[in-house]
Write a protein that binds this ligand. Sequence first.
Ligand SMILES: Cc1cc2nc3c(=O)[nH]c(=O)nc-3n(C[C@H](O)[C@H](O)[C@H](O)COP(=O)(O)OP(=O)(O)OC[C@H]3O[C@@H](n4cnc5c(N)ncnc54)[C@H](O)[C@@H]3O)c2cc1C
Ligand SMILES: *[C@@H]1O[C@H](CO)[C@@H](O)[C@H](O)[C@H]1NC(C)=O
Ligand SMILES: *[C@@H]1O[C@H](CO)[C@@H](O)[C@H](O)[C@H]1NC(C)=O
Ligand SMILES: *[C@@H]1O[C@H](CO)[C@@H](O)[C@H](O)[C@H]1NC(C)=O
Ligand SMILES: *[C@@H]1O[C@H](CO)[C@@H](O)[C@H](O)[C@H]1NC(C)=O
Ligand SMILES: *[C@@H]1O[C@H](CO)[C@@H](O)[C@H](O)[C@H]1NC(C)=O
Ligand SMILES: *[C@@H]1O[C@H](CO)[C@@H](O)[C@H](O)[C@H]1NC(C)=O
Ligand SMILES: *[C@@H]1O[C@H](CO)[C@@H](O)[C@H](O)[C@H]1NC(C)=O
Length: 527
Amino acid sequence: MEGGGSRTVISIISVFLAFLSCASSYPALQNFLQCLPINSNPSHPISGAIYIAGNSSFESVLRAYTRNLRFTTLETPKPLAIITALHESHVQATVICAKSHGLQIRIRSGGHDYEGLSYVSKVPFVILDMFNLRSIDIDIAKETAWVQAGATLGELYYKIATTSKVHAFPAGVCLTLGTGGHFSGGGYGAMMRKYGLSVDNIIDAQIVNVNGRVLNRASMGEDLFWAIRGGGGASFGVILSWKIKLVRIPPILTMFNVPITSTQGATDVVHRWQEVAPKLPGDLFIRATISSANGTITATFTGLFLGQTDALLQLTNQSFPELNLTQKDCKEMSWLNSTLLFYGYPEGTSYEVFYNRTLTQGPADFYKGKSDYVKKVIPKESLEHIWKLAIKAGITFMQWNPYGGRMSEIPESETPFPHRAGNLFKIQYGMTWGLENVTNDRIEASRELYSAMTPYVSSEPREAFLNYRDLDIGQRSDFSKKKDLKEGRIYGIKYFKGNFQRLTKVKAVVDPDNFFVNEQSIPPSLY
Ligand SMILES: Cc1cc2nc3c(=O)[nH]c(=O)nc-3n(C[C@H](O)[C@H](O)[C@H](O)COP(=O)(O)OP(=O)(O)OC[C@H]3O[C@@H](n4cnc5c(N)ncnc54)[C@H](O)[C@@H]3O)c2cc1C
Ligand SMILES: *[C@@H]1O[C@H](CO)[C@@H](O)[C@H](O)[C@H]1NC(C)=O
Ligand SMILES: *[C@@H]1O[C@H](CO)[C@@H](O)[C@H](O)[C@H]1NC(C)=O
Ligand SMILES: *[C@@H]1O[C@H](CO)[C@@H](O)[C@H](O)[C@H]1NC(C)=O
Ligand SMILES: *[C@@H]1O[C@H](CO)[C@@H](O)[C@H](O)[C@H]1NC(C)=O
Ligand SMILES: *[C@@H]1O[C@H](CO)[C@@H](O)[C@H](O)[C@H]1NC(C)=O
Ligand SMILES: *[C@@H]1O[C@H](CO)[C@@H](O)[C@H](O)[C@H]1NC(C)=O
Ligand SMILES: *[C@@H]1O[C@H](CO)[C@@H](O)[C@H](O)[C@H]1NC(C)=O
């Protein structure tokens, strides 16, 4: 009796636990898994790509491309399954089966989304993980390449540089970004003032649409091809690969990295930088990174010049003497070497970091990012005030990235990315921390700094950069359709300005039922 009673209690508890862990979505998962065509592709069986919650490798697969510790806590919702597509047919099957069985998908390439939208959702979901699809095929005679969505920038840069010393591609600084997310959100880096964004140099793409069909530029049409070049891929389908146009560079470039503290006159130099950096020739990109330590500010000027030291010094002597750049600050090197230094690796770092994923796997820090655009030079007194705000917030860094050059020549409506002429620079506010118990405090501090920056930055709309995803600027409260357009407009206008409306029209045509949805996806304008 006694024993039987406790067995009953135990079995009730275990049924209850099983119920809890599978929640009400368990039948949907079973149906989804049964729908996946296990035997249809003998050379690429999908069975090798399925990881189900509870499977021994599930946690490590989930964590491998979870790049922000904020989304590794006990409260973080987890997917019911992860499909690590090994072939495009697995992508097609995942879309078709998730759609027909009412599961949401989250698409993950490099996993760097600042708000974890590629691997977290508040409704039952599966992750479509693209990291295995990462081939890069370069046609150097035509100066083009096909790059799969799961390739990282490091892999792309390495492959280009080992194929040609005089070709490159304008994309981001962080070498572990996935091209799937990074390109579809714009993609900028140190060659932006010369060659524009990644999306300004994309000439074709392959995408799996909501019906599971593989489309290219010709079959998707120019509207959808326009939308995925900066409007975020995740609202429209699954990007399989991009065809990019390589750009020409000299075999030797010049880099410098000059820190200037407040006592050395950082305020004056930053003040001047605002006027100069956006007007310099496109060959020269000078980022100013503001950091604080021990109650003082340091502004670090990191430059990439598409040429050699003599020409660089002539240019800075004439246009930006306040920087006091000298020969000994300048280092000549290959483009590949410059990408290492720009990302902060020391000279001589092994090239393994370009392609060894075990080196860089796993999350590093807790992170919160925010962005702003500046259109008017900030006066010196205001800069001094901003330094105080930054110190008070304990912000880890503020990256000020100059615009102008090629960025000002491309019309706002050419791609969904609208932040073109009229911008002096973009600010990224970066907050990192290492302990979960200060998360709320650190996020609140970055919000306070952002709020205090209101007078100095763009307004109506206060513009933001999609790749620096920030749910604080607006998000849908649920995934129901009714509120879609109204809520979508709030973040949509900030990310896309006048291009938002065209994005909603494209969405209404290619995904009218809103299958590809997330907290900041493009709503179909039908509602
Ligand atoms: C350390 C660091 C440095 C950065 N530096 C730069 C920089 O220099 N320049 C810059 O522009 N940005 C930069 N970013 C931002 C970066 O571009 C974005 O976070 C970008 O979205 C990352 O792409 P991902 O594929 O790695 O991320 P993911 O998290 O995999 O994806 C991001 C978004 O794209 C969607 N997505 C991913 N793959 C696909 C696909 N195949 N098809 C459709 N949708 C897809 C996801 O669902 C998600 O919504 C940086 C980010 C970090 C963390
Ligand atoms: C876990 O997933 C792998 C890969 O799909 C599979 O081979 C293995 O049998 C699964 N293990 C369990 C316990 O489900
Ligand atoms: C800040 O102060 C500490 C302790 O005095 C010192 O160790 C550290 O190097 C200082 N940091 C900077 C960036 O000056
Ligand atoms: C730049 O100015 C410095 C100091 O005035 C001078 O020594 C140097 O020769 C100049 N370099 C060039 C390339 O003009
Ligand atoms: C630049 O050089 C001038 C003249 O030598 C000096 O007065 C000034 O302090 C220097 N500025 C910085 C930021 O080092
Ligand atoms: C690039 O860096 C490596 C060391 O990491 C060095 O051996 C090589 O000479 C550098 N090449 C160029 C052209 O910068
Ligand atoms: C990648 O780096 C890891 C960790 O340093 C190392 O164990 C592994 O051998 C490296 N892989 C390759 C292919 O070089
Ligand atoms: C957070 O945790 C660390 C270590 O567990 C502790 O030292 C610190 O005081 C805690 N901070 C707060 C704000 O609770």
